[in-house]
Ligand binder design. Structure first.
Ligand code: V0D
Length: 249
């Protein structure tokens, strides 16, 4: 707070620090468009997008957010040009080379959701090292949705539950919402209370369909590389206003 401009201080003072969403889910959209606007190659947008991740993580830590889930690569992203996909799949290793020490300092635990085994070896290895180095950290859970698709997650859950029933380890009348959520990739996380999508698109794009049932949705025109600490404050402030308006009901 001390180091921010006056206009941001006003915003910050409006935030209710006792009503910060426990879990925030973000779709980091608009990296390519940010680059195009500056006549830069798309990969420059992805590189800048990594800086935004670190800013937002640090700020989420300061706000005592418990979990942050970032949509980094969807199962549909494989359809992009091969050269771009190759570049993107190297980003976890580049990100961690640069920022892992800081994540460790901040007591952050790195996790992932999605079809991890279908990612290239070098991507898996980099991420596994980060998971291993941070597994005992007790602060913010930084959860990357990597090669993630929500319908696939739901089908995986149904298959696992069916197997348990077939093996006689579970009876059908035990299947309720609470049990079902324990079969999702997010079994150990609180439900996201706020979903942010940058870059003006107003779609869910197969992201956390079950988990976002009760979340507030916040859309901003801002491209992901231009998102920052003040943008996160703005989103949380809007979340708090909506909660206050409906809280009495
Ligand atoms: C591209 C903007 C960090 C969004 C940010 C493989 C699109 C840059 C990671 C990362 C991506 C993932 C796991 C991890 C540490 C870092 C990342 C992807 C794309 C998809 F443990 N940035 N980033 N992963 N972009």
């Amino acid at each position: 707070m001390l180091f921010q401009s006056k206009s941001q201080q006003v915003k910050q003072s409006e935030l209710d620090y006792d009503n910060i969403p426990k879990h925030i889910a973000i779709i980091m959209d608009g990296n390519g468009r940010w680059a195009k606007q500056r006549a830069l190659p798309r990969i420059a947008g992805h590189r800048e997008g990594m800086k935004t991740i670190q800013k937002v993580v640090k700020h989420a830590v300061d706000l005592n957010v418990q979990a942050l889930t970032l949509y980094a690569f969807s199962t549909e992203n494989w359809k992009r040009p091969k050269s771009e996909v190759e570049f993107i799949l190297k980003l976890p290793s580049r990100f961690l080379d640069q920022y892992l020490p800081e994540l460790v300092e901040n007591n952050v635990r790195v996790t992932t959701i999605g079809d991890f085994e279908s990612l290239p070896e070098f991507t898996q290895e980099a991420v596994n090292q980060a998971k291993e180095k941070t597994k005992n950290n007790t602060g913010l859970v930084l959860n990357f949705a990597l090669n993630y698709g929500s319908r696939k997650e739901l089908i995986d859950a149904v298959q696992k539950i069916s197997t348990s029933v077939k093996d006689g380890d579970l009876s059908t009348d035990e299947i309720d919402e609470e049990l079902f959520s324990k079969y999702l990739y997010t079994y150990d996380l609180p439900e996201p209370e706020l979903m942010i999508r940058t870059s003006g698109e107003k779609r869910l794009s197969n992201y956390l369909l079950w988990q976002l049932a009760y979340a507030e949705f916040y859309f901003t025109e801002r491209y992901w590389p231009a998102f920052d600490e003040a943008s996160l404050d703005e989103a949380i402030l809007e979340y708090q206003h909506r909660k206050r308006r409906f809280g009495g009901l």
